[in-house]
Design a protein around this ligand. Structure first.
Ligand code: THU
Length: 143
């Protein structure tokens, strides 16, 4: 049962930030620009875009960039993340496996992961749905 409720205005702010971030994405190799926005425990929003590299594996995902911005600003808990990708809505973006683990570091099992594109909102998942039986900080007694 989710303990955090994302308000409509928070969702709209996340959507606007992620769409704006996507416009600055650097994705000349995949032609798949992505924008992401994270809502932290203080109600602040942090955005990021994917940044690709000629050495392909060195590319950075939008979610990783948004989390980095959150940490830089002092945020330590992600309450919701909204990811904007391309597509016709038939194949909604969801975070890659590596980003699911990165979100796990700062997100509870009920972290909201909302998909979207330029036209509409897509499905909403929790982190636990996307990364079940996950390994996290508790396993190594950091928190
Ligand atoms: N990408 C993201 O930034 N986030 C995702 O959730 C999925 C994929 C990026 C990585 C790469 O730059 C491009 O999208 C195509 O995979």
């Amino acid at each position: 049962m989710p303990t955090f409720t994302l308000t409509d205005s928070q969702q709209q702010a996340l959507l606007a930030a992620a769409r704006q971030a996507r416009r600055n994405a650097y994705a000349p190799y995949s032609n798949y620009p992505v924008g992401a926005a994270v809502l932290d425990e203080m109600g602040h929003i942090h955005a990021g875009c994917n940044v690709e590299n000629a050495a392909y594996p060195e590319g950075l995902c939008a979610e990783a960039a948004a989390l980095s911005a959150m940490v830089l600003a002092g945020g330590r808990q992600a309450r919701a993340v909204l990811v904007v990708g391309s597509g016709d809505g038939g194949r909604w973006i969801t975070p890659c496996g590596g980003c699911r683990q990165k979100l796990r570091e700062f997100g509870a099992p009920d972290l909201i992961v909302q998909s979207a594109n330029e036209l509409a909102l897509g499905p909403r998942h929790t982190l636990a749905q996307l990364l079940p039986e996950s390994f996290g900080p508790g396993h190594i007694k950091v928190r």
